[in-house]
Design a binder for this molecule. Sequence first.
Ligand code: CMP
Length: 143
Amino acid sequence: MDRTFVMVKPDGVQRGLAGEIISRFEAKGLKLVGAKLELLPEERVVEQYREHLEKPFFPGLKAYIMSGPCFLMVWEGKGAVAVVRRMVGATNPAEAAPGSIRGDFALDIGRNVIHASDSPESAVRELGIHFEAEDLVGYSRID
Ligand code: CMP
């Protein structure tokens, strides 16, 4: 079954949005198979965002992600990567559709509340950075 990596960023945790975000994915029919609240160490932030290392916004992005705890999750379901990306909305919240998480809860690209893997390959890579296989729990969802 398809899995994707999702992270509520420190602004989302501090604003009390984690529960609303979990509820949206649960209501959609996705299954939560892993979760933890964590202050990310620098090495994992660098690994997570390695494609952005040379970008001018990287130092600010790193400071933002390390400014407080993130809520890291793994969600499972048919087409989970694409479904979650649609529900999360455009990277720049100013362009994110109303009804999407960023469209409803964010305005600034530098405080965009949530991260979700952008492809199945990224999901495998990002999951591997943050979770051990034994952290993930299999069970049946009754829909
Ligand atoms: P995310 O989906 O986590 O993927 C990369 C992150 O980099 C993105 O969300 C934003 O948090 C951040 N980002 C991308 N572009 C910019 C930008 N122009 N200015 C500041 N942050 C950015």
